[in-house]
Design a protein around this ligand. Structure first.
Ligand SMILES: [Mg+2]
Length: 308
């Protein structure tokens, strides 16, 4: 109880007792049972109905003796109660009370405190829960963050810095060189020269040939992992861990939605879809999987170009 409320509470108690209306004061029940209610453990109906000379829900008038040991301030307040019409009060559980003139007002005040208490409990329950991990929909896993309408040669430092990126996991086949190619192109080496000093780079290829991927990696002077089985995340995790960067600061760069983009999105990486590097002599051939990916990307509203 806060000191300022003592005279008002005294005003509530004595006229009620004099009017032979049951005082209905919880502390009298607590005193008779030798217990103390808390916000989490309020008095039960059974406790309130337990007969006792002190129980002011059951006995009209004041209890036979003071409950607990009133201090001087309470005794003084009892001798000079505040001159108001308030007859009812209900504890807010923070030491203060809501005072009411009528039973109807009082019941509303009780309901208000109970509602507030329930809301507090619910918000506690919610904060105890682990935040729900947003599970990406299958379609959003297919959405690259950036669709480059050119090969990887169009990916500049400015674009990467604009997106806050510090590292790149690079697919190899058709992202860096055509599938049948052995040599890296002078253009690719030049591109790499512009990128290399500012970004961590790893090659992560699905290709099962160590000889092929290690050859490309050696020509580019980059670390590599092969046989990655993207969209499996295992080897990409290995590369990003070696970079010592958070996943969202690393881009997965590749030419395929169903392997590179899905794998990167599953890890919360920035995903960049590039136009495939295709050997000019093989461009006329059909690319059924690529064609299907183009169809899917059109459904998703992205602008993957159809194979020539
Ligand atoms: Mg590829």
């Amino acid at each position: 109880m806060i000191p300022a409320e003592r005279p008002r509470i005294a005003r509530g108690i004595f006229p009620t007792a004099a009017k032979k209306i049951p005082l209905g004061a919880d502390p009298t029940v607590e005193y008779s049972l030798g217990i103390q209610q808390t916000p989490d453990k309020p008095l039960t109906l059974a406790q309130v109905k337990t007969p006792s000379a002190y129980n002011t829900y059951l006995k009209v008038g004041l209890p036979p003796t003071p409950i607990a040991s009133p201090g001087l301030a309470s005794l003084k307040a009892a001798l000079s109660p505040e001159q108001t019409d308030y007859l009812y009060f209900v504890a807010r559980y923070d030491g203060t009370h809501i005072f009411s003139r009528t039973l109807a007002e009082h019941q509303k005040a009780q309901a208000r405190i109970q509602d507030g208490r329930a809301a507090q409990q619910n918000s506690k329950k919610l904060t105890k829960c682990r935040p729900a991990m947003a599970s990406p929909s299958p379609l959003s896993l297919l959405q690259p963050r950036l669709v480059l309408e050119s090969s990887i040669l169009g990916l500049t430092s400015d674009i990467l810095q604009y997106h806050g990126l510090k590292g790149l996991v690079l697919d190899v086949d058709e992202t860096l060189i055509p599938t049948q190619a052995i040599e890296v192109s002078p253009e690719l080496l030049q591109w790499l020269g512009n990128i290399k000093s500012n970004f961590s780079l790893w090659l992560v290829s699905n290709n099962l040939s160590r000889a092929r991927i290690s050859g490309v990696a050696k020509a580019l002077d980059l670390p590599y992992l092969f046989g990655a089985r993207k969209p499996s995340r295992k080897k990409i995790i290995q590369a990003v861990t070696a970079m010592d960067l958070p996943f969202q600061q690393v881009a997965m760069v590749g030419d395929r939605l169903f392997t590179d983009v899905i794998a990167g999105n599953r890890l919360g990486m920035f995903t960049i879809l590039v136009e495939p590097m295709i050997d000019p002599s093989r461009e006329a051939q059909s690319h059924p999987i690529r064609a299907f990916e183009v169809w899917v990307s059109q459904l998703l509203g992205t602008s993957l170009k159809s194979p020539e």
